[in-house]
Ligand binder design. Structure first.
Ligand code: NAG
Ligand code: NAG
Length: 309
C-alpha cells in the first residue's frame, strides 16, 4: 500500500505501512481518502476510535482501512474501539467483518482483536432487530435513533381521565361506542395467577368488596358482554392498584430501577401467546359479578329511554 499522509505523525504512518505489508491482498483497493479520514480520527481520539466503515465498500475498503489504523494504534499502545455499519445487509456484513477480525487476531497475534466491537445502525426498529436476531449476526450493539425518540408504532399515547365517583356517588360515562363507556366506582384491581404461574386475568372489584382469595372460586365477567364470563380459582393474587403519595397516606415512589425490574417481572409472568408480536391473544380484564351488576344497573338508570313514533 502506498501512503502519502502528510499530516500523519511519523510513527503512526510507519506502523500502518508495516502492518499493511503483512495483510497481503486485503489492501488492494482501499480508498485512500477514507484511510486518511480514519487516521485523522484515530489521531484525534486514540482511545475512542470507532470507525464508520460503509462509506465506500465495507469489505474492500472500510474494514481493511480500519484494521490498518487499529493495528497501528495497537502498536502505539492504544486499543481501537470498533466499527459501525450503517447500511447494507447488517447480518452478513457483521459476520464477514467478524471473520476478518479473527483472521487479523490470528495473523498478528493480537489477543482480543477478533472480539472488536461491531455496532450497527440504519433506521433500526423492533422489527429489523427481531429479524436480525432470528437470522444470526455478529453485531454487539445497535444504535437506535429515530425509532427511539419517536415511537412509530404508536406516535402518541392517548390517555383520558374519567370521573368514576364523586362525594361517594358513583358516576358512569355513557357512549354509543361500548369501549368508551367508563366503569363506575372507586375500584380495586387484582392480577390472578393460575396453576402454571402465569397471569390468568386482571379483576376489578368495587373498593369495599372482599379481595379474591387463593384457592377460592370467583366469577370473573367481561364488563360489557353478558355471555363472556369464567370461574377462576387463583393460585396467587396480586393487588395491582397502589396509592403512591408522599407522606403516610401511600407508599413512597420506587426508584426507576425498581419500577423497571417490577415491569420485567410482570412481563415474564405473562403467557407467551399474550406476548407474541403477531396476533397476540388478548389479555382479559374483567369485573366481579357485583361490579358487573352495578355497572349495568347504573347504565340502565342513566341512559335515557328512547321514544319511537
Ligand atoms: C475515494 O474517495 C474519494 C473521495 O474522497 C473519491 O473521489 C474516490 O473516487 C474514491 N475512490 C474510490 C476507488 O472509490
Ligand atoms: C359477546 O361475546 C360473544 C362471544 O364471544 C360474541 O359472540 C358476541 O358478539 C358478544 N356480544 C357483544 C355485544 O359484543
Amino acid at each position: 500500500m502506498r501512503m502519502v499522509l502528510f499530516a500523519l505523525p511519523w510513527s503512526l504512518s510507519v506502523v500502518i505501512q508495516e502492518g499493511s505489508e503483512s495483510l497481503h491482498g486485503a489492501f488492494g483497493e482501499t480508498n485512500q481518502s477514507e484511510l486518511a479520514a480514519f487516521t485523522s480520527y484515530a489521531l484525534a481520539m486514540p482511545n475512542n476510535f470507532l470507525a464508520l466503515v460503509d462509506t465506500y465498500d465495507v469489505m474492500k475498503s472500510g474494514i481493511p482501512n480500519f484494521c490498518a489504523v487499529a493495528l497501528a494504534l495497537n502498536q502505539l499502545g492504544y486499543k481501537a474501539a470498533g466499527i459501525r455499519l450503517d447500511s447494507g445487509d447488517l447480518a452478513y456484513l457483521s459476520t464477514v467483518a467478524r471473520k476478518f477480525f479473527h483472521a487479523i487476531e490470528k495473523e498478528f497475534g493480537i489477543l482480543g482483536f477478533g472480539n472488536m466491537i461491531i455496532t450497527a445502525s440504519n433506521d433500526l426498529n423492533e422489527e429489523t432487530i427481531d429479524a436480525l436476531n432470528k437470522q444470526g449476526h455478529e453485531v454487539d450493539a445497535f444504535g437506535i435513533g429515530t425509532h427511539l425518540v419517536t415511537c412509530y408504532a404508536q406516535a402518541a399515547l392517548g390517555c383520558v381521565f374519567k370521573l368514576v365517583e364523586i362525594n361517594g356517588q358513583p358516576r358512569i360515562k355513557l357512549s354509543e361506542d361500548v369501549s368508551k363507556v367508563s366503569i363506575p366506582c372507586k375500584k380495586r384491581c387484582y392480577r390472578l395467577y393460575g396453576k402454571e404461574g402465569y397471569a390468568l386475568l386482571d379483576l376489578m372489584t368495587g373498593e369495599n368488596e372482599p379481595p379474591p382469595k387463593v384457592g377460592e372460586r370467583i366469577l370473573c365477567r367481561h364488563p360489557f358482554n353478558e355471555s363472556k364470563r369464567a370461574y377462576v380459582v387463583p393460585q396467587r393474587v396480586e393487588e395491582l392498584l397502589k396509592c403512591f403519595w408522599p407522606g403516610n397516606k401511600g407508599e413512597e415512589l420506587p426508584t426507576l430501577q425498581t419500577s423497571r425490574h417490577q415491569c420485567m417481572k410482570h412481563l415474564d409472568q405473562m403467557r407467551r401467546d399474550h406476548m407474541r408480536r403477531l396476533n397476540p391473544t388478548p389479555y382479559k380484564v374483567s369485573v366481579s359479578a357485583k361490579l358487573y351488576d352495578f355497572i349495568h344497573f347504573l347504565w340502565l338508570n342513566e341512559a335515557p329511554v328512547g321514544e319511537l313514533e
